[in-house]
Design a binder for this molecule. Structure first.
Ligand code: ADP
Ligand code: 5GP
Length: 207
């Protein structure tokens, strides 16, 4: 039996670890997930569409969203702003959906402060060589940007302990199953089943 309270799930990981690919598979293969679409000032990659992968904004538009408190969190990553729109997240959580935020580590920390019950997951490749292979293989960044992202990964590796679970994206399908399994298990934590526990206590008192 699954309870009706939606979980706020943060998924972070080194650039190129496969987060985007994994999240796409997760929402295709299982029901109940809502994937938040972030705002960013980075330019779209070939094939990316405004409103599907990201809301692509100018710096001015982004700063206006910050001033309006329209973002739950925002961070600067390799020279661009990224942030999570508030409306969608709050709406989907209230509908009982598990909401996924695919965000970097500074954002993860801010979410943990505001939503202490959030589940924080970190995705890695099996080793650093595979990370570089995937980043280069994606073919969407220049060598300079790849280098920046690898430097950033080295700094992010310092903060992994704040996450609840780490998953290794070696075989894609196995990793999708592991992620879903962790989230499914989190639904069974007593802290997320307060209503059920109260109901059982009440019924037992009445006996
Ligand atoms: P991220 O969103 O973490 O930056 P992507 O999802 O864009 O990473 O994946 C980076 C590259 O690695 C893509 O070309 C993707 O097809 C590939 N990839 C993702 N997962 C795997 C995997 N398990 N095995 C091999 N290649 C993968
Ligand atoms: P990319 O440019 O590869 O799409 O994303 C770069 C980094 O920004 C990734 O680590 C991604 O998880 C992170 N990111 C994407 N959206 C957000 C967001 O809304 N907030 C924060 N803090 N990070 C984000």
């Amino acid at each position: 039996m699954r309870n009706n309270e939606g979980i706020l799930i943060v998924v972070s990981g080194f650039s190129g670890a496969g987060k985007g690919t994994l999240m796409k598979r997760l929402v295709e293969e299982y029901e109940g997930y809502a994937l938040s679409i972030s705002a960013t000032t980075r330019p779209p990659r070939p094939g990316e569409e405004d409103g599907r992968e990201y809301f692509f904004l100018s710096r001015e538009q982004f700063e206006k969203r910050i001033a309006e408190h329209a973002l739950i969190e925002h961070a600067e990553y390799c020279g661009n702003y990224y942030g999570t729109p508030r409306d969608y997240v709050e709406k989907k959580l209230s509908e009982g959906r598990d909401v996924i935020l695919e965000i970097e580590i500074q954002g993860a920390l801010k979410i943990k402060e505001q939503y202490p019950d959030a589940l924080l997951l970190f995705v890695s490749t099996p080793d650093a060589a595979e990370l570089r292979r995937r980043l280069s293989g994606r073919g969407t960044e220049t060598e300079e940007v790849i280098q920046k992202r690898l430097c950033r990964a080295a700094r992010e590796a310092e903060g992994i302990e704040i996450y609840d679970y780490i998953v290794i994206n070696d075989d894609l399908e196995t990793c999708v199953k592991e992620l879903h399994g962790i989230i499914a298990a989190a639904h069974h934590a007593p802290g997320r089943n307060g209503e059920f526990i109260k109901k059982m206590r009440r019924e037992l008192e009445e006996n």
